[in-house]
Design a protein around this ligand. Structure first.
Ligand SMILES: Cc1ncc(COP(=O)(O)O)c(C=O)c1O
Length: 422
């Protein structure tokens, strides 16, 4: 890349209307190129003070009175903030438990509801996060006659849209997909597939883990029935942050939460022995929320509400477009493969790079080049471009360091053996 080109990259950052948001996040090591915000988002500076206050003033001073002065409504309050980020209505989203638990709860609720009409089949694809498929397999083990149909993608990169719509029939209870898939970053057209599932009489459950906070999602417009998603990736809620769930308002009274517990009981403090589900989105919770962990999500959500998803998406496209441009110039000649869609319509905010030596290149990048992506088998280096704090210079520097690892054969110093956490 010429000097003029690097000039152009710096100009992209200078013209970026979101560039000042980078400083709203903690950067311990200013040389680190962090490209794993799609797995664990950076720490917002505001969260540091906020949590100090919550711990001291709420836990420390309020003690048990905290439940009366805000903790009881915290899950709904944050759910309503997330609703604005994913195009849902007030009262349709709540923060609770983990993505896996929420997925189990909503998928089982949907299948139980549909089983009345002899619909028990769950349709998904082979690009879905494996844990989601494990959840569906667990459900099919306990629902009589249920089975999971996993539709394969022909190229392991793009969603098998035609094959999925062909698979939807009058035995299908539920279509459940990752909106943006974890490996290639392919993003489904939510409106199109939801309409097709509805036409076949199926309910739809979207996993928004790799979409929420990365690109605009419009659950309202797409008429999506159910959704779950993660708060520790783009939403920067902290390691293991509680997740969110969405249930379209009209379905809330029709579905039964299979994980019943006192937080979803009507008048819970009356301590009646007979379970009577409360109304609204709270009906889909179970037990006491981890108040500190839920609280930690809020400062980041406020940043998203201030910036707006359109601006974030525009920046995301700018970053991934630049990466693909630099890939063609510098990485394709070094036998890297682009394992993500070129078409921006189907692109999330992360990109997977294939290479026969991907595992060792990734090790070298982390160990000696101070670039932090992650690795997904069999041969993907996955680079996440979190729009709020990733700069155009980060993208450029990452490509240059990737190139250096290969041209200088630095990866040859690393073992082929895989570690436990990738
Ligand atoms: C798309 C997707 N779904 C579900 C999960 C599981 O989330 P959790 O382990 O927080 O329940 C993950 C985790 O990374 C994910 O990426």
């Amino acid at each position: 890349m010429s000097e003029t080109d690097t000039h152009v990259i710096h100009a992209l950052d200078a013209d970026d209307p979101l560039s000042h948001y980078r400083d709203k996040f903690f950067h311990g090591d200013s040389d680190l190129i962090y490209l794993d915000g799609n797995s664990l988002g950076r720490l917002p500076r505001a969260t540091m003070n906020y949590m100090r206050n919550i711990v001291t003033n709420q836990w420390g001073d309020s003690l048990i009175r905290g439940w009366r002065s805000g903790w009881m409504d915290l899950q709904e309050k944050l759910g309503n903030k997330i609703a604005k980020i994913i195009g849902a209505n007030e009262g349709e989203v709540i923060v609770a438990d983990s993505t896996t638990v929420n997925l189990y709860r909503l998928a089982l609720a949907a299948v139980m509801h549909q089983a009345k009409d002899h619909r028990t089949r769950i349709v998904t694809d082979n690009l879905n996060f494996p844990s989601d498929v494990y959840v569906f397999q667990g459900i099919s083990n306990i629902i009589k006659g249920s089975r999971v149909e996993i539709i394969p993608s022909t190229d392991n990169l793009h969603g098998p849209v035609t094959e999925i719509s062909r698979a939807l029939d009058d035995h299908t209870a539920l279509l459940s997909l990752s909106h943006t898939v974890f490996k290639s970053g392919y993003t489904y057209d939510m409106t199109e597939l939801t309409a097709q599932a509805h036409a076949a009489g199926a309910l739809v459950l979207w996993d928004l883990s790799h979409s929420a906070g990365a690109l605009p999602v419009d659950l309202r417009k797409s008429r999506a029935d159910l959704a779950v998603g993660c708060c520790y990736k783009y939403l920067n809620g902290g390691p293991g942050a509680p997740a969110f769930l969405y249930v379209r308002r009209e379905l809330q009274e029709q579905l039964l939460n299979p994980l019943t517990g006192w937080f979803s009981q009507e008048n819970m403090f009356e301590m009646e022995l007979d379970y009577k589900p409360t109304s609204g989105i709270r009906r889909f919770t179970s037990g006491t929320p981890p108040v500190l962990a839920v609280s930690a999500i809020e400062p980041s959500l406020d940043i998203f509400l201030e910036v707006g998803m359109e601006a974030i998406w525009k920046k995301s496209l700018g970053l991934t477009d630049l990466f693909i441009h630099l890939f063609d110039q510098h990485l394709a000649p070094l036998n890297f493969r682009l394992n993500s869609p070129r078409n921006p319509k189907y692109r999330g905010s992360h990109i997977s790079l294939g290479h026969d030596e991907a595992w060792r290149i990734n090790q070298a990048l982390i160990s000696e080049m101070n670039v932090l992506p992650d690795f997904r088998p069999p041969d993907n280096i996955r680079l996440g471009f979190a729009p709020l704090y990733t700069s155009y210079v980060d993208v450029y520097t990452a490509v240059m360091r990737l190139r250096q690892v290969v041209t200088e054969k630095r990866y040859e110093n690393y073992s082929q053996e895989k570690t436990d956490v990738t």
